[in-house]
Design a protein around this ligand. Structure first.
Ligand SMILES: Nc1ncnc2c1ncn2[C@@H]1O[C@H](COP(=O)(O)OP(=O)(O)O)[C@@H](O)[C@H]1O
Ligand SMILES: [Mg+2]
Length: 712
């Protein structure tokens, strides 16, 4: 998985922008609970009053307060308030001074004494008469101050503040202020601010999602490119090691998994820890409630760890099952005609059903395990909320916390748990995609068994003699040599034919020339250069290869020919078509050269496909032509015409021709004929010589042609 991170490098700017947005999103989202707490506490409970500092005092209150103040405190009062004769009130002038030490208690005392119950206690029928009484008896005023002090001794700061603000509300109302509009304007302001913050937060979230997806999909695209390029460099050995089906799964499904986790990581790898830690810090402001979180986090840990160990081993199996499913589907689709011809649909359905059910079963198990997490989490979350409210209520009762605080705590606690869960989920997801990433990087890390030399030699421009020098070859992981001790030469302008029974190693022999495989022993030289010492590109550029099994690509006749040489001239294409005897049927096609060719060339006949495949090789104007059993799909007349035209062409261009064939008639005029039997050369020479001294050749010859035809 770490290796996959490397693929983010080209998108560094996007990644950084994403992280900035994520950071902003966290900050914005975390501001919300505090605002909500404020709305509840100040907006609703305190009626929109945010400060415990009196902004306006009625003249009467101002005078009454002085009665319970020391001289120093009276000076503070006089310094900070000025008289407004219009409204008969004193107004606060110094906004930033901290006055609560001097003013809080006297104010609370005065507002307490304004309660009717209090007046009654002192036997006064109005505030005026009470204060008149107090003015006469200073010792009563002192006693009241002492009693108030004693009473407030066990009040918390929070409670005092709350009490003062309640008192202020009554004071402001009495002073003629419209407290309802103060309250609603506070709530409106705070609410709008919250709305704005939430909106900005969403914008950040959308932006970062956008960038994360862009980055991850881009990284996945590059990864697929790399895998494809790597697979192109594979030789047959690596193909059989991975299997085509698995290579397809790795390029598609596995990379998809990696992409998914990359997107997730970009979104949450920063988000969750930042959200979690910052929330945790905020939560720690209320130390008496934190233990609740501790318990729940422990529960979640246990849950997720169990989950982890149950599902992790299954992920590797799932990917393997997808390989298997791919394999079966490919095989069945490609072999559909055979399946139908042998009426084996039922059998194949069963086989498909087995792999299908298999993968369904394991997916169902994993999904169930994953899905069970969600309800348990919901349950835990609700329990947490319940616990917080339960404990919180007691805290409020004790005067330690405000209701708004509890609500904020609740939200922060949910954030903490959420982030914790997300982090835990990532730890579950990462191993899964690690399996996929591992499979992808296994492909990327594979060294092809056939590679270019570090310091390639340069091939001379003109055609060279091909020399097989005591060549032996064994397929990887096979037990016996397929070819042993093969030596022969093929000079420019020569036609060398290879004949032998099926399985004698003819295809293997010619496949060694373009280095589809490397010789096990001995060497193959092109001129003076060992073919392993030059680049494959250089070597293959000189070879026109026609494989035993003709393969065409989807496109048109022309695009298939140009596959050999993009820049081939119209004359070259025409020559290739006429030598390969394709011209007459291509001319008969409704669109001629533009005739579409279906994938795999299924819309032309076997013989036509073979001839187009020959035409493609001829388009290249190569120095060496290899025809691997290419003529056996042609009728005798076409075979003969093609060879005659080909001879004419190669006589002009001095190209070397290697023909693998099973029909004597195809090769009897070759300059040299190799007779292969079980991987060994059992005869070499011209037709007439072999007829005299090679038993195997004679046997083949007599089984195909009459003595007269053979000219014996
Ligand atoms: N990719 C391969 N891996 C292992 N063995 C192979 C492979 N291809 C061919 N063989 C074996 O090599 C032998 C020669 O095959 P081949 O060269 O295709 O014969 P021919 O073309 O003469 O019919 C056969 O016995 C075959 O089983
Ligand atoms: Mg063959």
């Amino acid at each position: 998985m770490l290796k996959a991170i490397r693929y983010l490098k080209p998108f560094l700017l996007l990644v950084i922008a994403n992280f900035i947005l994520v950071f902003a999103q966290v900050q914005l989202e975390l501001a919300l609970p505090d605002y909500m707490s404020d709305i509840v506490t100040y907006g609703i409970q305190y009626g929109g009053i945010t400060s415990d500092k009196p902004t306006v005092l009625r003249a009467s209150t101002y005078e009454h307060m002085q009665m319970f103040m020391t001289e120093a405190d009276q000076a503070v009062l006089a310094d900070n308030y000025t008289y407004n004769s219009e409204t008969d009130t004193y107004e606060l002038t110094a906004e930033d001074a901290d006055l609560s030490a001097a003013l809080r208690r006297p104010f609370l005392t005065v507002s307490a004494l304004s309660q009717p119950a209090m007046l009654k206690q002192f036997g006064a029928d109005s505030e005026e008469s009470l204060y008149a009484l107090l003015a006469e008896q200073p010792e009563t005023a002192a006693a009241i101050t002492a009693a108030v002090d004693a009473q407030f001794a066990d009040y918390t700061e929070e409670n005092l503040r709350a009490a003062e603000i309640m008192g202020l509300r009554a004071e402001y109302t009495a002073a003629g202020m419209d407290m309802n509009s103060v309250q609603s304007s506070y709530i409106w302001q705070a609410g709008l601010k919250m709305l704005g913050i939430a909106l900005l937060g969403s914008l950040c979230a959308i932006g970062s999602s956008f960038m994360a997806s862009r980055t991850a999909t881009g990284a996945a695209r590059n990864m697929r490119n790399d895998v494809f390029r790597k697979v192109e460099s594979f030789s047959s050995e690596e193909f059989s090691r991975f299997s085509t089906a698995s290579l397809i799964t790795r390029t598609t499904n596995d990379i998809q998994q990696v992409q998914m986790v990359l997107t997730m990581m970009l979104r949450v790898v920063l988000f969750a820890p930042m959200m979690g830690l910052t929330s945790l810090l905020k939560v720690l402001r209320y130390p008496n409630m934190v233990h609740i979180l501790g318990w729940v986090i422990a529960c979640i840990m246990v849950l997720l760890l169990t989950q982890f160990f149950v599902t992790l081993p299954k992920f590797k199996i799932i990917q393997q099952k997808i390989d298997r499913l791919n394999l079966v589907i490919r095989e069945q689709l490609e072999g559909m005609l055979v399946i139908r011809a042998f009426n084996n649909q039922k059998y194949e359905e069963k086989r498909f059903d087995e792999v299908n059910t298999d993968i369904t079963r394991i997916n169902r198990f994993v999904n169930r395990a994953m899905a069970s997490i969600s309800p348990i989490m919901t349950f835990l979350m609700s329990s947490v909320s319940l616990l917080i409210i339960w404990f919180g209520a007691r805290q409020v009762d004790l005067g330690i916390m405000q209701i708004g605080d509890i609500m904020a705590f609740l939200q922060y606690a949910v954030h903490v748990l959420m982030s914790f869960m997300i982090v835990a989920m990532i730890f579950v997801m990462i191993p899964r995609s690690s399996v996929s990433a591992g499979r992808v990087f296994e492909v990327l890390g594979t060294k092809p068994s056939i590679t270019d030399p570090d310091q390639p030699e340069e091939l001379p421009a003109e055609n060279q003699t091909i020399t097989f020098d005591h060549v032996s070859f064994r397929y990887p992981r096979a037990e016996a040599d397929v070819l042993s001790d093969i030596s022969f030469t093929a000079a420019p302008g020569e036609t060398v034919a290879i004949i032998g029974s099926t399985g004698s190693g003819k295809s293997t022999l010619v496949n060694l020339i373009p280095r589809f495989f490397d010789v096990t022993e001995g060497s193959i030289r092109y001129g003076n250069n060992d073919i392993r010492k030059v680049t494959m590109k250089d070597l293959r550029a000189r070879i026109g290869y026609v494989p035993q099994k003709a393969t065409l690509f989807s496109g048109t006749v022309e695009s298939n020919l140009r596959y050999a040489d993009e820049n081939a001239s119209a004359e070259t294409l025409d020559m290739a078509l006429s030598v390969s005897q394709s011209k007459e049927f291509v001319d008969r096609m409704p669109h001629g050269m533009e005739e579409p060719i279906a994938q795999g060339g299924t819309n032309v006949s076997g013989g036509q496909k073979q001839r187009l495949s020959i035409a493609r090789a001829l388009t290249r104007q190569a120095q060496v032509y290899i025809f691997d059993d290419t003529f056996s799909a042609l009728d005798y007349r076409t075979d003969a015409a093609l060879r005659a035209d080909l001879n004419e062409l190669t006589a002009k261009t001095k190209a070397t021709v290697l023909i693998v064939a099973q029909r004597i008639s195809t090769i009897m005029h070759a300059d040299r004929i190799l007779v292969l039997d079980k991987g060994r050369i059992v005869g070499m020479g011209k037709h007439e010589e072999l007829m005299k001294n090679c038993d195997v050749y004679q046997e083949i010859a007599y089984s195909q042609l009459s003595r007269e035809e053979l000219g014996a």
